[in-house]
Write a protein that binds this ligand. Structure first.
Ligand code: ZN
Length: 158
């Protein structure tokens, strides 16, 4: 088995869509980034790449590349999932936490889990997504940005 950890942050700005876990969430601001800035999917991808010890998403999908401008992060996650298979592993389980003061994320958690499980070709019981606030403290608490943590276990297929 291999364990990996991922962490990501994006700034909240006006005139951007808020996409987390592949769900477009109605809100007055969105996350700034080269791709769709899906902070949760980015943390999950980094946890997988960490488990495989093959770098991070900045290395795999450079933000200087036109190809990834506005990219749907779920499509990038699919590519990372293919890498897991190529290396002879499969997902054991993934646990993640989104840290956001607002908006309220609980209505969207189930759909996020479904999106991620579908792309990763695993059962939804293997994908955990949680959300918390930082009690109005720090950059998430002051609504400047949203962060996410993820850990994953990969199992050898053979
Ligand atoms: Zn990111």
């Amino acid at each position: 088995m291999r364990i990996g950890h991922g962490y990501d942050v994006h700034r909240l700005v006006p005139d951007r869509k808020l996409i987390i876990g592949g769900v477009e969430i109605p809100y007055e601001k969105g996350l700034l980034g080269h791709s769709d800035a899906d902070v949760l999917v980015h943390a999950i991808m980094d946890s997988i790449l960490g488990a495989l010890a093959i770098g991070d998403i900045g290395k795999l999908f450079p933000d200087t590349s036109k190809e990834y401008e506005g990219a749907d992060s779920l499509i990038l996650l699919k590519q990372v999932t293919d890498l897991i298979n190529d290396k002879g592993f499969e997902i054991g389980n993934i646990d993640s936490t989104i840290i956001a003061q607002a908006p309220k994320l609980s209505p969207y958690i189930q759909t996020m889990r479904e999106n991620i499980a579908n792309v990763c070709n695993t059962d939804i019981s293997n994908i955990s997504v949680k959300a918390t606030t930082e009690e109005k403290l720090g950059f998430t608490g002051e609504l400047l940005g949203i962060s996410a943590h993820a850990v994953c276990i990969l199992k050898n297929k053979f």
